[in-house]
Design a protein around this ligand. Structure first.
Ligand code: C5P
Length: 238
């Protein structure tokens, strides 16, 4: 996986996702299927996207007891997706169980889906973290601590904001993946996100991958928006 731009397919059903993808028929994409689409459509949406040749991040953010996470990941590995995730807040045992489940569920000859952990949602501010989650620390410290625990648990990387990537890379190395949502072009609506950056800035800060949803899916011309964000992300002058 070379520094992909991952499109968040946040659609309520397969029909709408397919309608959106019509414009992208000549592109091999890296797409993200989240709870909204997967809870509605189940494995059939994954089979469809794989048939189209797209790479898939199945973003279900598992957070449960280790035994449940083990069994769930074993099942998800069988879908042949490329990337899955958990919440680091589930702790080391849960993250290790996730990895073991993925290994157990990966067919011989296939590669295990990469597994990353959410540190703090990019919609969470430090104020909310302190007041509602009762975590009395700087947000950056929390992200770094959770990332360190994620690496110790053997996972492949984290989901975080690009703003946190330089510190993560310095402390945990460049081969530890940083998958970063909260991407907006200068002219875009911020929506519910809090810790946002432009694609150019994400590149500069050293993210491994960016996740982009509404800036593409709700654009007047999604293909054009995709191409322009991709060019910015790849550092291509247009
Ligand atoms: O539309 P937008 O670009 O804000 O979409 C971001 C996507 O990334 C959404 O699908 C959201 O669920 C996901 N995500 C996030 N922050 C995280 C983890 C995932 O925004 N920490």
């Amino acid at each position: 996986m070379q520094r992909p731009l991952i499109i968040a397919l946040d659609f309520p059903n397969q029909r709408e996702a397919q309608g959106f993808l019509k414009d992208f028929q000549n592109e091999k994409l890296f797409v993200k299927v989240g709870m909204e689409l997967f809870y509605r459509e189940g494995p059939s949406i994954i089979h469809y996207l794989k048939e189209q040749g797209h790479s898939i991040f199945l973003d279900l953010k598992l957070h449960d007891i280790p035994n449940t996470v083990y069994s769930s990941m074993k099942g998800l590995a069988g879908l042949g997706v490329d990337l899955v995730n958990v919440h680091a807040a589930g702790g080391q045992k849960m993250m290790e169980a996730a990895l073991e489940g993925l290994e157990a569920g990966t067919a011989i000859g296939q590669s295990r889906p990469k597994c990353i952990a959410v540190t703090q949602l990019t919609s969470t501010t430090e104020e909310v973290m302190r007041r509602e989650l009762l975590i009395e620390r700087d947000l950056l410290d929390v992200v770094v601590e959770y990332a360190t625990l994620t690496k110790k648990s053997g996972l492949d990387g984290i989901v975080c904001s690009s703003l946190e990537v330089p510190v993560i890379n310095r402390q945990l190395g460049n081969d530890f993946m940083t998958v970063t949502p909260g991407i907006r072009q200068a002219c875009d609506d911020v929506g519910d996100q809090a810790r946002i950056v432009t694609p150019e800035k994400a590149r500069e800060l050293g993210s491994t991958a960016i996740v982009v949803g509404r800036s593409i899916t709700r654009a007047n011309n999604p293909l054009q928006s995709y191409k322009s964000i991709q060019a910015a992300w790849e550092g291509v002058q247009v």
